[in-house]
Design a protein around this ligand. Structure first.
Ligand SMILES: C[S@@+](CC[C@H](N)C(=O)[O-])C[C@H]1O[C@@H](n2cnc3c(N)ncnc32)[C@H](O)[C@@H]1O
Length: 334
């Protein structure tokens, strides 16, 4: 019964525990399975002798994830890569390829986590790895998706800060220019429109080029900026910045003071996905919950959680972290 495991962290092997979950009952599965030969958690997946066995084990779990997922639900898998004999295994992508080959799922996005504080190692013959993929899989095109809730914070801040004087210098430049009266009035109208887009949060910012004042853009196609500058007397370059919902999340690696788990994934990223892909009271499952990050975000955002973890010490640690937070507490940056 689903109620028996709801809002609990269950200690055990997720492959077996998943069998207890009814089909099509979960809104979101978000998880970071053990990476291949990255850490010795003492048990469970990740230390298979053969890489293919690791992929096989992940695919077996993934099969169960697909079974328990609702038709309008989503699966987010975060997997890191590994070097073997100085060569990347491409582990995340080999898993993703196998997943879409075996299961009836669609891969909506491969979202790149850019680590702002990667481990500062210097290699002589390669660059420091500082990204990891988060794969977003769905079963149908009807998946729940609240795009406005995703990464909404940075835009609001930026817009408030700029509100007063956006575009003022361009009004002055239009007046000073040698554009005809008709061109000037068209330029002011389009300038007002783009300022509105910035204020409403649709755009991050913009630049304007005015004939005779700014340099001409290089190259370009027929109908491009150069032509606009010649024919209309101006061109407006829209800058989407953070307001464009891109498949990139920049965020530091999480470190918890005195933490007992070596591979905690960032609350910030989990929060963004949960806001994008679930509503309050939805059910979120993490089959490799480790230190309990997924459950913590659920508690803060008022979602139900189910967490599986094979290592009893981590189960205990996750429970402790959960008890330490208040369900009403929502950190400011959410
Ligand atoms: C990368 S960690 C997850 C960390 C987690 N995202 C967090 O923020 O703390 C993977 C976890 O999966 C657990 N694990 C490995 N094999 C397992 C299995 N078969 N069933 C359940 N948990 C397993 C490991 O003990 C480890 O804690």
């Amino acid at each position: 019964m689903l109620e028996d495991v709801l809002d609990k962290i269950i200690c055990g092997d997720s492959l077996y525990l998943m069998k207890e979950i009814p089909s099509e009952s979960i809104n979101l599965i978000i998880t970071s399975p053990p990476y291949y030969k990255q850490r010795d958690y003492g048990m469970g997946i990740g230390n298979e002798n053969r890489f293919d066995d690791y992929i096989e084990n992940l695919c077996n779990i993934f099969h169960e994830c697909v079974r328990v997922l609702r038709n309008d639900g989503s699966i987010i898998f975060n997997i890191g890569d590994k070097y073997e004999n100085s060569s990347l295994l491409l582990a995340p992508y080999r898993f993703a390829l196998e997943a879409i080959r075996r299961e009836s799922v669609k891969l909506v996005n491969n979202i790149t986590w850019v680590k702002l504080n990667p481990t500062p190692r210097q290699f002589k013959r390669r660059l420091v790895s500082s990204t990891e993929p988060f794969f977003h899989f769905v079963k149908s095109d009807d998946y729940y998706y609240d795009i406005d809730a995703f990464m909404d914070y940075p835009n609001k801040k930026r817009i408030d800060r700029n509100n007063g004087n956006i575009g003022k210098k361009y009004f002055d430049l239009i007046e000073q220019s040698f554009l005809s009266d008709e061109e000037k009035s068209m330029a002011k109208k389009e300038l007002l429109d783009v300022i509105q887009e910035v204020k409403s949060g649709k755009l991050d910012s913009f630049r304007m080029k005015i004939r005779g004042i700014h340099s001409q853009p290089f190259g370009g196609q027929e109908g491009g900026r150069k032509i606009q500058l010649e024919k209309k007397g101006f061109t407006i370059i829209r800058i989407h910045g953070n307001s464009l919902k891109r498949d990139v999340i920049e965020c530091p690696v999480e470190t918890i003071k005195g933490g007992k788990h070596p591979a905690v994934y960032p609350e910030y990223i989990v929060t963004q996905f949960m806001k994008l892909l679930t509503k309050e009271d939805d059910i979120v499952l993490d089959p490799f919950i480790g230190s309990g990050t997924t459950a913590i975000v659920c508690k803060k955002l008022k979602r139900h959680y189910i967490g599986f973890e094979i290592n009893p010490e981590y189960c205990e640690y996750a429970e402790k972290r959960l008890n330490d937070i208040q369900s009403q507490f929502v950190m400011e940056f959410y």
